[in-house]
Design a protein around this ligand. Sequence first.
Ligand code: NAD
Length: 447
Amino acid sequence: MQVVVIGTGYVGLTAAACLAHLGHTVFGVDDDAQKIQALSAGRVPLYEPHLGELVQEGRGNGRLRFLSSLADALTGAEVALICVGTPIGAKGEADLSAVEKVARRLAEAATGPLLVVEKSTVPAQTGQWIARTLATTSKGAGVDLEVASNPEFQREGSAVSDFLHPDRLVFGVSSAQGEAQLRALYAPILERRINCPVHAQACPGAAPPVIVTDITTAELIKHAANSFLATKISFINLIADLCERLGADASAVAEGVGTDPRIGRANLQAGLGFGGSCFPKDLQAFVALAQQAGVDFNLLEEVSRINARRIDRAVEKLRQELWVLKDKEIALLGLAFKPETDDVRNAPALALAERLKAEGAVVRGYDPQAGPRAASATRAIAVVSDAYRVAENADALVLCTEWPDFAALDWSRIHKTMRRPLVLDGRNFIDRAKLEAFGFRVLRMGA
Ligand code: NAD
């Protein structure tokens, strides 16, 4: 198929590269001219495992191209995927201005039939607005523009793998033809014809289930999924607070609770809380949507409040050890909001750094991939390029992101260079006994 992907950020670029890898001809379009220039020259402007190889593969075999002009990209296209950002608006609602703009431009530029697919996370009923915009703006005769929703569930850090091996595909459609087109788009995945760059030999699992719904239901599935996942995280973090008061261990509680298949172990890890570009804004947007619909979803406001308190809790723990934080040197290990990404949007590490800086502490930070983005996002952190340098002379080291490599650092070397061998494991990730054997005092979240 010939596919246009509009918005070449974390979601759009992954979708474009994976769809080209599956055999489609894909044009990636973005408003950001620098991004298009970089991608056209073979430079991938974000870090995501395996994405670079797929982009190079697609550029090499001519199946993946990047353009600034939507009109040029649309010539001969059958499907257009909207992958632009949907940030928080002034009142907590989703800001859909980029989606609306793309819908107008698509209607103006389309010269033939086109399936317009929402991949951006949008509030329920956005599809109806897109359809209305397409109908009122389109050139009319012969230009059959249909809307579908195909929410994206990929996780940064494993986005390529998630795209090629999805748990499920959700198709929100208004016609059998729309469903057939989405099935054709994903045919190699549904028929297990994937030459996967992630799992060198055997790819896991069977074909994913396809959940076919109306468009509004598909939109709601995505917001409900993110809200539920965030709720799980805040739930275990509240349990963590209780464990600290009662002398119990939140990690063991999580294991004891999460091994129940009705509950599951995923997203049940006490720590510094969630961040990223999705959960925080999607919760707010879902609450705003529910409010407009007359449904009180205070539950999710509490989920956000519990999450914000994780940073307070980490600062309290440091204060209990260091007394006065002013002029203390604090090392942050990990700045990205999660491992295997360079994304620092709403990263807990950055929120913690801002709080510590406000207390007068001196904050240094290191991340294997996210250093440059963190340095441009905040002045609260002096970003260094080495995990050992970040710890030198530090009064405390806070592990903010569970990059697997951190477990294998030379902790004996780190111990020797710190002013005070104090580690706050904000992700309950590193073997406590191992660190204690080196002489560290180790604090965990929820223990
Ligand atoms: P992003 O900020 O990384 O990328 C958005 C891209 O859209 C940018 O490159 C931007 O320049 C471009 N853009 C904005 N307006 C445009 C326009 N009018 N025309 C062309 N390009 C335009 O965002 P993202 O993280 O990729 O998220 C995109 C959407 O997908 C959001 O709705 C998000 O909630 C959703 N989502 C994100 C993830 C994730 O892990 N990041 C996962 C699932 C869903």
